[in-house]
Design a protein around this ligand. Structure first.
Ligand code: GAL
Length: 367
């Protein structure tokens, strides 16, 4: 009898995708190994839960300072329990150096995120792209698709966002700024409008980014724009491979990057960082009733020692834990610019209370 009950429990638990491994601890900042005993290489990553498995996509970094450039591509790992990670290989490979492809080896390809489109039954990957040898000046978004979640993804194109389109919440002052610039009276233009207007014709800049699919199937691209001064939130087309033309500006002039979003009880929450490159800073958080806003800032969600440095990390994703109500994991990166491949993963449980969320440092924790 006892054996039967135990067997039933094991079967039920396995069916839910939760194994005994769940009892293991997360160790933020330690080296995390995959099932082959190799350090996981998926930085600035995001997660997609699909058919009972988590798929973790991130930047494959290499050794040394040059390791922050895309020498390999986007790496994918999968797991049932968030502890045992199977190496699924390179989901999107960079093209050969000298090929002239926008994603040729040596470009900068950051913060890849993958979403699933039910209508087309395809997986769609978006990422921040900087062209080879052009520093961070291109500020483009790239998109790739695949029939299989683990790839290979086919690169479609890369470019600026929503060329020739005003944001839905454009102000009269901003439109007037466009006229002033056209008439050569740039000095009249407010600092906060300068870059939006400058890039109106060529398309908006997009650097640090994330994706979000809402319950109604609409997907959004959230990215640091306007020389990182202002965040923009842009709706994607129904097949998720382009921008629909509808977008808003949020947190104008607040200089936020590393956006990560989640939805809980009908509210949308954003976590972001300030702009200090690879060095950590104090995080920001915000809440809204709709993805496109209005967003209300809630302050630094981190509490305790090193809260002003986000526990030496920068946000990359907010992971809803499958099958567990109210359970989200903060996924951040502890960058190592001098040896990019050794960047570490900082995952922490998210506490939800009083209409906001908080994070507290824990050297080890269990789900
Ligand atoms: C960070 C950003 C990273 C990377 C880095 C380059 O602020 O979040 O994704 O772009 O700057 O310095």
């Amino acid at each position: 009898m006892k054996t039967t009950i135990t067997m039933c429990l094991i079967t039920a638990v396995a069916a839910l995708g939760i194994s005994c491994a769940d009892n293991r601890e997360f160790l933020p900042g330690e080296v995390w190994l995959d099932e082959n005993g190799v350090a996981i290489n998926a930085h600035g990553g995001g997660m997609l839960y699909h058919d009972g498995r988590y798929y973790w996509f991130g930047e494959h970094k290499t050794e040394g300072e040059g390791g922050n450039r895309a020498n390999v591509g986007v790496h994918c790992y999968s797991s049932r329990n968030l502890h045992d990670w199977r190496d699924e290989g390179i989901a999107l490979a960079v093209d050969a150096e000298g090929s002239g492809s926008p994603i040729e080896k040596g470009c900068i390809l950051e913060r890849p995120k993958v979403i699933y489109n039910k209508q087309t039954d395809k997986f769609v990957m978006w990422f921040h792209l900087e062209l080879k040898d052009r520093g961070y000046s291109a500020a483009m978004s790239g998109v790739a698709v695949s029939d299989n979640i683990t790839g290979p993804y086919k690169f479609l194109n890369a470019g600026r966002v929503n060329a020739g389109k005003w944001p839905l919440n454009v102000s009269d002052e901003t439109r007037q700024a466009a006229e002033a610039i056209a008439a050569g009276r740039e000095a009249e233009v407010a600092d906060n409008d300068r870059f939006l207007v400058r890039d109106f014709a060529v398309g908006q800049m997009a650097r640090d980014m994330t994706l979000f699919v809402d319950d109604d199937g609409k997907a959004y691209h959230i990215y640091a724009s306007e020389e990182n001064q202002t965040l923009q939130i842009a709706e994607l087309t129904d097949d998720y491979t382009a921008h629909s033309g509808r977008y808003v500006r949020a947190f104008v002039g607040r200089s936020m990057e590393a956006p990560a979003i989640f939805k809980h009880d009908g509210k949308y929450y954003l976590m972001m960082s300030g702009c200090t490159g690879w060095a950590p800073n104090a995080a920001r958080s915000a809440v809204a009733d709709a993805v496109m806003g209005e967003w209300t800032e809630l302050g630094n969600p981190c509490i305790g020692d090193d809260a002003d440095k986000t526990f030496h990390s920068q946000s990359t994703y907010m992971l809803p834990v499958a099958g567990r109500k109210d359970t989200f994991i903060y996924m951040g990166d502890r960058w190592k610019p001098e040896n990019a491949i050794d960047g570490r993963y900082i995952w922490l449980p998210v506490t939800l209370e009083d209409g906001r969320f908080t994070l507290t440092w824990q050297p080890s924790w269990k789900l």
